[in-house]
Write a protein that binds this ligand. Sequence first.
Ligand code: ADP
Length: 395
Amino acid sequence: MGNVQLTNVTKRYSDLLAVDGMDLDVKDGEFMTFVGPSGCGKSTTLEMVAGLTKPSNGTIEIDGSDVTDLPPKDRGIAMVFQNIALFPHMDVYDNISYGLNVRNVDKETKDEQVDRAAEILQLDGMLERMPSELSGGQRQRVGIGRAIVRNPAVFLMDEPLANLDAKLRMHMRTELQRIQRDLDVTTIYVTHDQEEAMTMSDRIAVINDGELQQVAPPLDCYNKPANVFVAGFIGSPSMNFINGTISDGAFTTEAFDLDISSSSIRTMGDNDAVIVGIRPEDVALAGTTGKPTMSRPITATVDVLEPIGEQILVYLRTEHDDSKVPTGLSDATEAVNRTTADELLMSVAPDSDITEEQEVDIAFDRRNLHFFDAVSGDAIHHGLAPAGDTTAETG
Ligand code: ADP
């Protein structure tokens, strides 16, 4: 068992509110990832679960027991850090079993534990090697082995793959998922890398400025982001955001209008400032997708092309009228780095013959338009039905 419950967990460093009233329930056996930009409070939260940092406020429970004031060794947790320091003069066996010596575990149990860890980590046959004879990934696995032999109820991992090169990191992501599944141990994993969070986790907790933004399975955060921050942080390249207003049942932005007559969003009130979001993968050359869900085309000019292998990123300039940008927008707009029709990003297939400075007609997949309150930044609606179709809203 390894359920972890955070209730109103807060950490202050003099004036700085590093973690702000966090409520979170990590289920037994779950792979939960804390993700957010550097300095948002991920490590501080993990350290509070580990018992390395004391919360200023709030409680932490593991399997229903309040561990808020317990030292790390009494919490049933094991940590894996970014910089795993192996003892250079000890072989793999001794490195993995080191923690068991301190606990006076007998030789037979120690052998069993190390063999089991080595099998899970695919280190069997390497137990007599010295750290200098191991690759970076193998060393990292030895570090994880040390955590495994402690039989923890909860694994806590702080950017354990950050020091590995890109190829090895990809490989170790899959390995870690497999290990976690085999062991079925609750895991809280910290990373600033949204792609890592998306690929590995059962659920992700997106954090910004010490506050939880959304806790949900990765695809839910991608398809139904709770606010503009999550929308902009999850997914690469980042979502396009454009300012607009709802007025007289019509949606207007500086660069285009949308037919919202078939959507419940049209009842939202007049002159409401709204941010509309659309991912680059949901923008396409008009007439090329064959989908009935595309918006009316708008004209744009290709500014820059960025081929990145499996796709080409196309930076577009659209004709736009600045006077249509709503005034008086606040923090929510600052949270997104690009609310302009000046630099709309589209992704196209690598065999596209699109060229720079070309004039093109583009359209948006209406099902994947996201609407946010421009003042609070909170999501108000995801997805529009095909124009004129009142039955197919995704909500
Ligand atoms: P993350 O892991 O998301 O990068 P951290 O949890 O390490 O962020 O830090 C959150 C905030 O708390 C940051 O602004 C950081 O500078 C601050 N912080 C972390 N540890 C301390 C400390 N010991 N003393 C003062 N401020 C700290």
